[in-house]
Design a protein around this ligand. Structure first.
Ligand SMILES: *[C@@H]1O[C@H](CO)[C@@H](O)[C@H](O)[C@H]1NC(C)=O
Length: 396
């Protein structure tokens, strides 16, 4: 009897260990990895048509769905979103146009309202893993980013390749190409200069935006946006998988992370590494060397169960460290934070690091989870702060 129990117990332990080994094996394959990292198969907007934005709560023709082509032949499904006051002032003309996907967006009033207003601002939006432009808290997020000046701040958001209605399959280089195509459309078709653009990115989108901002900062002449707001970012994929919990509860790889040799071996198989902390450092260092103004805010909630908030101090440190010729150790910076950061009570803390050219802010909220935070007024504040810093005449 006891023997039988021990026997069955050991069979089930063996089964669990075996299944776990199979899972680890699967994780070394790039197709499985790409589904785990990008979650692009999970739409979350099933049974709704992304070409009918009204079903997600927008007004008729407030959103214009259109295509952006990438240099390597993919078609990205993009949304241009008019800010609400601008929409209100043009309501009769906008509502009388036909609704839905448009093949030539440049023929539309919404496009002219963006291109022909020298005061128009644009938030270039990079959404996170899973879902589409219309999923979850992304819709209230679009309102939050333009709430500071609802007559002027347009939003451009898009689905990466393999997401929503966009063609192709996701990969690190592919998503970077997508972002470059969108930047090209914004600057060369819509004619918006970098000084009137703020980048907003959340979760996986932060890795894409950092890669692209770093790439553009290296061009001559460099292209640097008025500011970048990163919400719930991660330092790189290796440290993300070590801390990631499915549905906020099941840590898939934490057990492996307890065995450094095994974890190192697995890391070897990670195809898309998204080294954001190194790219962010390189971006900061390049701008310092070019004597180029740059502005960065990193925001994270302490109750984020998907990506632990501790990724943000790591990124903040890498950015600050790169802003100084001699660098700073993480301990020294934490010491400085303890002295200088603003304690906002239940709202959290805020730390600003300034150099002659750069502003790097870290904002840690007590609450906001991984997604809900995107609709918060702190997002509106971060966007407006940078538009105003880039041009002090820009106020509501
Ligand atoms: C910090 O900056 C110094 C000086 O630029 C550099 O040598 C060092 O590698 C940086 N540390 C990290 C962790 O990036």
């Amino acid at each position: 009897m006891v023997v039988a129990v021990v026997k069955y117990a050991s069979i089930s332990v063996a089964t669990v260990v075996g299944l776990y080994a199979v899972l680890l094996g699967l994780l070394t394959t790039s197709t499985f990895q790409s589904h785990v990292v990008y979650l692009h198969a999970i739409q979350m907007t099933w049974f709704k048509d992304l070409n009918v934005p009204e079903t997600f709560g927008f007004m008729r023709n407030q959103v214009t769905p259109f295509w952006i082509q990438t240099a390597d032949g993919e078609k990205l499904h993009a949304w241009h979103i008019l800010p609400v006051e601008l929409y209100r002032h043009n309501e009769p003309a906008l509502t009388s146009e036909p609704a839905g996907l448009i093949l030539d967006f440049t023929s539309r009033l919404a496009f002219r309202l963006l291109r022909d207003d020298p005061e128009a601002r644009l938030v270039l939006h990079f959404h996170g893993a899973g879902g589409t432009v219309a999923s979850g808290y992304r819709v209230p997020n679009y309102r939050a980013v333009s709430a500071g000046h609802p007559g002027k701040i347009h939003v451009l958001t898009f689905d990466y390749r393999g997401f929503g209605r966009s063609s192709g399959k996701p990969s690190e280089q592919g998503l970077v190409n997508d972002a470059l195509a969108v930047v090209d459309w914004v600057m060369n078709v819509a004619g918006i200069p970098a000084s009137r653009i703020v980048v907003f990115a959340q979760s996986m989108g932060t890795a894409v935006s950092v890669a692209v901002s770093n790439h553009l900062a290296q061009q001559s002449p460099p292209v640097v946006f008025a500011g970048t707001v990163l919400v719930a970012p991660f330092a790189d994929v290796a440290s993300l998988v070590a801390t990631y919990r499915v549905a906020g509860t099941i840590p898939i790889l934490s057990p492996v992370a307890c065995f450094p040799w095994l974890f190192k071996a697995l890391q070897h198989f990670i195809t898309d590494k998204w080294p954001s902390k190194d790219r962010l450092a390189h971006y900061v260092q390049t701008n310092e060397q070019n004597k180029q103004d740059y502005r960065l805010t990193i925001i994270h909630a302490k109750d984020d169960y998907d990506i632990p908030w501790t990724h943000t101090p790591v990124l903040f440190w890498h950015a600050v460290n790169a802003s100084m010729p001699m660098g700073v150790s993480q301990e020294e910076l934490e010491q400085k934070k303890a002295e200088e950061r603003r304690d906002l009570g239940a709202a959290g803390t805020s730390m600003e690091w300034k150099t002659e050219y750069g502003v790097i802010r870290e904002e840690i909220l007590e609450t906001g989870l991984h997604d809900v935070i995107m609709g918060f007024p702190i997002i509106t504040m971060a966007v407006m702060r940078f538009f105003e810093a880039a041009d002090p005449t820009f106020r509501c």
